[in-house]
Design a protein around this ligand. Structure first.
Ligand code: MN
Length: 136
């Protein structure tokens, strides 16, 4: 389970991402514009941030700048969620401070799997002997 801040101004996309993250056992937190995103990130210290690029008040690049400038937040994986057409701006997205991106339209089949690739490895609480060989 991860706490994931979803920054998205489009209600249908937001609803879909919230639904899919919950369905896979994650806890979505929501911001609908860039300024709200920066304050929610500081307040909630989420495990990961999914961020639209075109947002009211402050765009995704502005969010990336402000989040990555804060030492307490800089290590949080920041993933752009952006239209396929904007992937031509891949270098701009990565140079802008994002750790990666997921393309819209969202694919319900693969969305959460892609999100989870950006999550830091979760320590397995049951695994008390990491040096023991795997069963079988
Ligand atoms: Mn948008």
């Amino acid at each position: 389970m991860a706490r994931i801040l979803v920054v998205e101004d489009h209600p249908d996309n937001l609803k879909l991402m919230e639904y899919l993250l919950r369905a896979f056992g994650h806890e979505p937190l929501v911001a609908r514009d860039g300024e709200e995103a920066v304050s929610a990130a500081g307040r909630e210290k989420p495990d990961l941030i999914l961020c639209d690029i075109q947002l009211p008040k402050l765009d995704g690049y502005g969010v990336a700048r402000q989040v990555k400038a804060q030492p307490a937040l800089a290590a949080i994986p920041l993933v752009a969620v952006t239209a396929l057409a904007m992937v031509g701006d891949r270098d701009k997205i990565l140079a802008g401070g994002f750790d990666g991106y997921i393309t819209k339209p969202l694919s319900p089949q693969t969305f959460v799997k892609k999100v989870e690739e950006f999550l830091p490895a979760q320590p397995n609480p049951d695994d008390k002997s990491p040096s023991s060989p795997p069963p079988g």
